[in-house]
Ligand binder design. Structure first.
Ligand SMILES: CC(C)(COP(=O)(O)OP(=O)(O)OC[C@H]1O[C@@H](n2cnc3c(N)ncnc32)[C@H](O)[C@@H]1OP(=O)(O)O)[C@@H](O)C(=O)NCCC(=O)NCCS
Length: 199
């Protein structure tokens, strides 16, 4: 269970259901409040962010696009502690877009983010034409960049995000040029972890 602060018996990554909407909206809002503090305004983050995120997920569950997938990490068959959403073959050059990736506070650093990326990469290789996977990350969000780079992504572009609170924040496009290579790297990392001697 790595560095997680909490104890749990089982963890599964599964496709999200519409009944997960509220848990996903809450997790998404809580994660933004922490991860985007100082990047988006306090007024926006401390406002009715849950309603804002709920509206987004309601739309995604009510009218999913054909290329959309949503995965959740669930512990003990009842609590959602991670989420990932992707849009397949979203960009002609940069392939599938990993649009949201969030792990609940207290469960970070335990491998869940990496497992969610692996889950999305497997979905890409099963269902999408492009072998490229990319995402946008806010330039000040250096922690997430450290995570993505650790998994082998690198910066390919820079742009500016017109934020929902009316500001402009620089953002970076990071990409994995090969989903197949990413999956191979994840398999090697998993093997190395199981072969590591116990402390
Ligand atoms: C980014 C995030 C999804 C990572 O999930 P996580 O479960 O904490 O990450 P993992 O435990 O799976 O880490 C996987 C690897 O990345 C490394 N890693 C994690 N965070 C890192 C960081 N800040 N810098 C460098 N490496 C990092 C881990 O050490 C691990 O390496 P290892 O396999 O060699 O042990 C999570 O921290 C999060 O939800 N952050 C807030 C929301 C956010 O910013 N999302 C991204 C929006 S673009």
């Amino acid at each position: 269970m790595g560095n997680s602060d909490y104890i749990y018996s089982t963890m599964q990554i599964r496709e999200a259901h519409p009944s997960d909407l509220e848990a996903i909206a809450q997790l998404h809002a809580r994660s933004w409040r922490t991860a985007y503090r100082g990047m988006l305004s306090d007024a926006y983050l401390d406002g009715d962010l849950v309603a804002d995120r709920r509206a987004l997920w309601q739309q995604r569950f009510d009218t999913p696009t054909a290329n959309q997938t949503v995965a959740v990490a669930e512990i003990d068959n009842q609590t959602i502690v991670g989420l990932a959403c992707a849009f397949g073959d979203h960009d002609a050059r940069w392939g599938t877009l990993l649009e949201n990736l969030h792990v609940a506070q207290g469960y970070k650093g335990a491998g869940l983010g990496g497992q969610l990326v692996t889950h999305i990469a497997k979905w890409c290789s099963r269902t999408q034409t492009s072998d490229v996977l990319h995402l946008w990350v806010l330039a000040p969000n250096t922690a997430a960049q450290g995570f993505y780079r650790r998994l082998g992504a690198s910066q390919v572009e820079q742009a500016v995000w017109d934020t929902p609170d009316g500001n402009r924040v620089p953002e970076l496009r990071l990409a994995w040029p090969s989903v197949a290579a990413l999956l191979q790297q994840r398999r090697s990392a998993a093997t190395a972890a199981t072969e590591r001697p116990a402390p």
